[in-house]
Design a protein around this ligand. Structure first.
Ligand code: ADP
Length: 366
């Protein structure tokens, strides 16, 4: 159990269903979101992320199920009455108001005036590092700065929950990475509950305490980024969150700590860990590329899992070497730190591919 789960539940979604014609946009989703948690809804396009967020916000009426805030049903409340901070794509900044004016607006709506208004606005402007830009108009700001204003506007009235719909998707890669980190840091300082929608795996991993993986309107798996990455339960999750090699096989023997899996007639050793599988059972082993080393054939004599192959493709990607290796098990992708691996091996080079029995995880083939 992670820390966030020990805190009181801020938002609960129970058996939520929303259909459009024959499409179940939300297919019986239940979720508890802890107070102060940063939770991301992650999935491919059309998996139901936005519909869930819009149902929480009150812009979509579910067919059935309920939504509770601090234990109270909020299904009948209008979006305004729910008092959530929202950063949605459709919620653009007011073009005729300065940064300060935009940020003050939600407070004015709530009847806050004078010194209290000024103090809250200034505090929030500081929080998102916009002090130098407070008198500018939105058109005088970059995309990233505008996103920060939108965020400040969602935070200024101290909402208990902030809803974010792809808040960074319009920004370029470098700025996105910076703002991801800033948002994470902001969240860690504030302790507000954030529910974020994204289709970007890296963004979800960087910012979230927990990630909900969605597919076709249903929850596939929920967990902290590292546990989802290291222990995906299905092929879909392993594939969606990062890259993976998949080896299909069947258990040929089981001893105390280890399985031997027959993959295309080759014995692959797999440390059982939490994976239980019986003799003869069909298995699907997922192996992350960074758990696989590519070495010279004469270097790998003692490795527990070792297979000869030849380099099909190789590339230097930032700090990593990425290899695709042809082997009797099929093509295997490896990613290894370049600084400790000598020169990049070229296509055609004879190599050995190695990994430890602890490197992989058995997943369900769905
Ligand atoms: P995501 O945010 O993961 O891309 P959505 O929640 O937008 O997914 O959509 C989930 C499914 O519901 C999709 O198949 C989409 O086409 C459908 N859908 C969403 N909103 C509507 C709508 N207003 N009318 C009809 N179908 C919709």
């Amino acid at each position: 159990m992670n820390k966030a789960q020990e805190k009181p539940i801020a938002l609960s979604i129970r058996n939520l269903v929303k259909t459009y014609g024959k499409v179940a946009a939300i297919d019986n989703v239940s979720l508890d979101i802890a107070s102060g948690e940063f939770l991301s809804l992650l999935g491919p396009s059309g998996s139901g992320k936005s519909t869930i967020l819009m149902a929480i916000a009150g812009f979509v009426t579910p067919d059935s199920g309920e939504i509770l805030l601090n234990g109270q049903k909020i299904d009948a409340l209008s979006p305004e009455k729910r008092q959530f901070g929202v950063v949605f794509q459709g919620y653009a900044l007011f073009p005729h108001m300065s940064v300060r004016g935009n940020i003050a607006y939600p407070l004015k709506l709530r009847g806050i005036k004078g010194a209290e208004l000024d103090a809250q606005v200034e505090r929030t402007i500081d929080l998102v590092h916009l002090s130098a830009l407070a008198d500018r108009m939105p058109r005088q700001l970059s995309g990233g700065q505008q996103q920060r204003v939108a965020l400040a506007r969602a935070l200024v009235f101290d909402p208990s929950v902030v809803l974010l719909d792809e808040p960074l998707s319009a920004l370029d890669k470098k700025l996105r990475a910076e703002l991801q980190f800033e948002l994470r840091s902001l969240h860690q300082r504030l302790g507000t509950t954030f529910v974020n929608v994204t289709h970007d795996q890296e963004e979800a991993m960087t910012m979230s305490d927990r990630i909900v993986i969605l597919r076709d309107g249903a929850v596939q798996q929920i967990g902290a980024p590292d546990s989802l990455y290291n222990r995906p339960s299905t092929r879909f999750v392993a594939d969606f969150l990062g890259r993976a090699n998949f080896l299909e096989g069947a258990v040929s023997s089981v001893n105390g700590t280890e399985l031997k899996i027959d993959v295309k007639g080759i014995a692959v050793r797999h440390a059982k860990g939490k994976d239980a599988a019986a003799q003869g059972e069909k298995t699907l082993l997922a192996l992350r590329p960074e758990r696989i080393a590519v070495v010279s054939p004469d270097q790998a004599k003692t490795s527990l899992n070792r297979i000869d192959g030849s380099v099909q493709t190789s590339a230097f990607v930032g700090s990593q070497y990425v290899y695709v290796i042809d082997t009797p098990l099929g093509t295997i992708e490896s990613q290894m730190p370049a600084f400790e691996a000598g020169p990049l091996r070229q296509p055609g080079a004879q190599v050995a591919v190695t990994w430890s029995p602890e490197a992989g995880v058995l997943v369900k083939d769905k």
